[in-house]
Design a protein around this ligand. Sequence first.
Ligand code: SF4
Length: 365
Amino acid sequence: MSINLLDFDAKGLTGFCAEIGEKPFRARQLLRWIHRAGEADFDAMSDLAKGLREKLSAAAVIEPPKVISDHTAPDGTRKWLLSVGAGNGIETVYIPEKSRGTLCISSQVGCALACAFCSTGRQGFNRNLTVAEIIGQLWWANKALTETFTSEAGRERPVTNIVMMGMGEPLTNFENVVTSLDLMLDDNAYGLSRRRVTVSTSGIIPAMDRLRERCPVALAVSLHAPNDALRDQLVPINRKYPIRELLAACERYLQSAPRDFITFEYVMLDGVNDSMAQAHELVQLVRDIPCKFNLIPFNPFPDSGFRRSSANAVSRFRDVLMEAGLVTTVRKTRGDDIAAACGQLAGKVLDKTRRVHRSIAEAAG
Ligand code: SF4
């Protein structure tokens, strides 16, 4: 089987070049062709000698996941369903705004963490995505979007921000995610700043500490509850890594983070976590942590068992946080009509776990 060069960051490509008897600067050239120019055909790499192009064609491929479907909603949100083999699909979503374009990337096929309100979690876990499958989502989106993108006020390129918030818990696929982050940040590849790349975690504490040391990008934490009793129900990994320990890990992370705050995500579930008392409890809980809140109106899916909080409940909840000095945004529900909003990145997963809860501890390591 040929080697897929999308699996390599700069270090990996340098090693590959050494193996085929080429100098390290070839790795830099390859990085630029593959990721900056979006080129998958060695023959089009005009500054590589013919002999080298032939050597590359014989030894390697540049192969992103295949696109199964491509939909654009009226508000411009665009969603791709990508095939990752064996009947499994993953989703990647592009959300254009005036001054930025955000790409939401998946890290696993399904997810083992079984958060109660999450459509992906309901499907169970199949496998980790490879680096080629993770970075391939950005590779593909850049290529597809560049075809129609015209430089707009405030930004020169379509994808300016990445959020690892698609299917899966990124920090349980640590090495492949971090290699992909390296590529996102590499000036010879996508050249994004650490502030514009966000990893979202449900709170895998040892991996948060490793990320802080290895590649401290912006961090979002799925909090969703103001106390352990409720979070144990909504985000079962909380039973292993409870809130106090999670908040301590957030404080440690902030010592190296590119932003001076953590973003807490909080899905708004009618009658479950959206009362005034819970808003006040939340304020007390995070009073020592520099943070911002992102309130996410729940996107119902069949048999979820939850309802979206009313607009009034969301506003009242936000006001309590704001009055306590916490910067709070309410996520716009975009792309609902193409099922591309948070918690709806369902793809198509053939569950290998069968018993989802069993794999929570395994995934957390
Ligand atoms: S919310 Fe995130 S961590 Fe929880 S089950 Fe869904 S994808 Fe996994």
